[in-house]
Design a protein around this ligand. Sequence first.
Ligand SMILES: Nc1ncnc2c1ncn2[C@@H]1O[C@H](COP(=O)(O)OP(=O)(O)OP(=O)(O)O)[C@@H](O)[C@H]1O
Length: 314
Amino acid sequence: MTLTVNDLRVHYRTLRGEVRALDGVGFDLADGEILGLAGESGCGKTTLGKALIRLDGRMRHAGGTVTLDGEELPLSDDRAMNAYRFHKISLVPQYSMSALNPTRRIGRMVRELLASRGVSVDTDELHRRLALVGLEPGVLDRYPIELSGGMKQRAVMVISTLLDPSVLIADEVTSALDVSNQQAVVGALTGLRDKGLVTSMIFVTHDIGLTSHIADSIMVMYAGKLAEKAPTKILTTAPRHPYTKMLIGSLPQVGARYADKPLSGIAGSPPSLLDPPAGCRFRDRCPLADRQCAEEPPVVEIAPRHTVACWKAA
Ligand SMILES: Nc1ncnc2c1ncn2[C@@H]1O[C@H](COP(=O)(O)OP(=O)(O)OP(=O)(O)O)[C@@H](O)[C@H]1O
């Protein structure tokens, strides 16, 4: 098992109190697995990715453990995390392609980044990796503004995986791209895994349709908790959590006309994570909710590799 996350709790300190962005999340990431992480805005996807790399000043590790390749990560110790960050676990952050330094050529950024980690550039290897994601060596002499969004995103992916991390977290790397650039980025990510340059991957996205093309399994989060995790085929064709069913049911279908099949959203909104209610957090929006749902549902493995947190899923 590459990564084991157990009852992870990460809060943000705010003037109004602590926001319980991750409130007891647990899952495994197997060797070679690409895990799609889905759920509506604010459910904690980005917080999970950040927590595994660096807790910023407002974030607090409130409990739980993360084990990577058999070692527990010192999440609260920023300095100790340096030994893991980028070397063993790496992140392509949301909006990272727009955050590239506009005054630096790509090649110089690579050299500076590697130097900061005490590693020198192996030019042949760098060219091989660029080719793997469909980029010419010439991109190293270019400024970010000279590259398309998809090229920048692929360059960031190469930079993030130069030290062959065990886990790569890719946060919304396809959101701002057109369909063909999305395909190129998804192809590049799977190529990095298939060539063994990263062992396993967490692919964070709003787009459950796209993630089903790349992910071996999908985890759906709701309001800081795990709702359901299952192999992709099962999660998309036979989901058990009412929230997953509604998410899948609200996906638009190409060719379906609104008049024949109106798009159905999920009425209501998630609870505030400042002071979340007890019990199932989805119950105010759930058509199946009853008195039992005032108790917090346990996360149950209802079939091999299929876990779900819902009283009504059994
Ligand atoms: N810096 C912060 N300070 C306080 N609360 C925060 C902060 N960043 C995120 N949050 C809150 O933490 C919760 C989880 O946010 P997070 O960004 O992890 O969700 P997300 O699922 O990644 O959303 P999105 O898809 O919009 O990126 C939300 O309630 C959000 O408002």
